[in-house]
Design a binder for this molecule. Structure first.
Ligand code: UTP
Length: 288
């Protein structure tokens, strides 16, 4: 079955970015001149996704406005002959078909995904993109995962390597290598001590999930604590159901983290035609 829909849970509180996220969604923070969330939507659309389902929450209205038509702004741009900006603003609203569901309380990333279940058909696989992970690559990261899904027809998780000293911040997988970049995942360990980490491969916030994953999320509704997508995968593995991981080609920036966000801004800035030369010169002359 073709993957046509993507769920983008954006109802998290973004506490790592306070105070910037006190009154605005972290997904709307801009990397050069585009909000992070637009990079993610463009990634999904370039991979063939036709419908974007946002799971929003309190204080996330700016995301809806960003992907909607803005008559006043379009009128002003037209009146002032700002043709290029007008085209860009119009293009955003036409990128895909957008739907919104609300997560009443931030009860976990898995809970947010469950809030969108009724918008997905019974047997339909979907892409999931978390609001933090920006990947710069020739082939969109989610497209790379879709090709793996096509081969195995089971859930696929984006993987990347991190250094040992950073590993305890992430969800680490225990992988069995199948080929160059594809793995079957044998277990997950959340934020392990560096000595106990089963590998240096961590799960990045991009996935292909199947109806079975929704079922496992449902089953975890009565568990203590948040409903987490990682726990649904753990349940599947315990039931001997296969989960695949793909070490994608490209560079990942964790934009939910201050340093990752600054890295993304510099890297994207160095490629942006309006600022790249000035930025290069500025960075070269920095006395640090
Ligand atoms: P994060 O783990 O990054 O959490 O969520 P967060 O709340 O957004 O950020 P911090 O850690 O407090 O800074 C991963 C993804 O899941 C979404 C987030 O919006 C993000 O895209 N999420 C998380 C929800 O939609 N609902 C939740 O209850 C939790």
């Amino acid at each position: 079955m073709k993957i046509k829909k993507a769920i983008l849970p954006v109802a998290g509180s973004g506490t790592r970015f306070l105070p910037a996220t006190k009154a605005q969604p972290k997904e709307m923070l801009s990397v050069v001149d585009k909000p992070i969330i637009q990079y993610l939507v463009e990634e999904a659309v370039t991979a063939g996704i036709e419908e974007i389902i946002f799971v929003t929450g309190r204080g996330k209205r700016a995301i809806e406005d960003h992907f909607d038509t803005s008559f006043e702004l379009e009128h002003t741009l037209e009146k002032n002959y700002k043709k290029k900006s007008l085209q860009e603003v119009k293009r955003i609203a036409k990128l895909a078909k957008f739907s919104y569901v609300r997560q009443p309380e931030p009860l976990g990333d898995g809970h947010a995904i469950l809030c969108a279940r009724h918008l997905v058909s019974k047997n339909e696989p979907v892409a999931v993109l978390f609001g933090d992970d920006l990947v710069e690559s020739k082939t969109p990261c989610i497209k790379q995962l879709i090709s793996i899904y096509k081969k195995y027809q089971d859930p696929v998780i984006a993987l990347t390597r991190v250094s040992k000293k950073d590993i305890s911040k992430f969800g680490v997988v225990d992988p069995v290598k199948l080929d160059n970049r594809t793995y079957e995942i044998k277990s997950f360990v959340e934020k392990p001590d560096p000595e106990k980490a089963p590998s240096d491969l961590i799960a990045v916030g991009k996935y292909i999930i199947t109806p079975e994953v929704f079922d496992k999320l449902e089953e975890s509704r009565n568990d203590a604590g948040e409903i987490r997508l990682a726990n649904a995968f753990i349940r599947m593995i315990k039931n001997k159901r296969p989960i695949y991981g793909y070490e994608f080609e490209g560079t990942r920036y964790d934009c939910g983290d201050k340093f990752g966000f600054i890295q993304a801004t510099i890297q994207m800035g160095l490629k942006h035609p309006e600022v790249r030369n000035k930025l290069k010169k500025y960075l070269r002359n920095l006395k640090i």
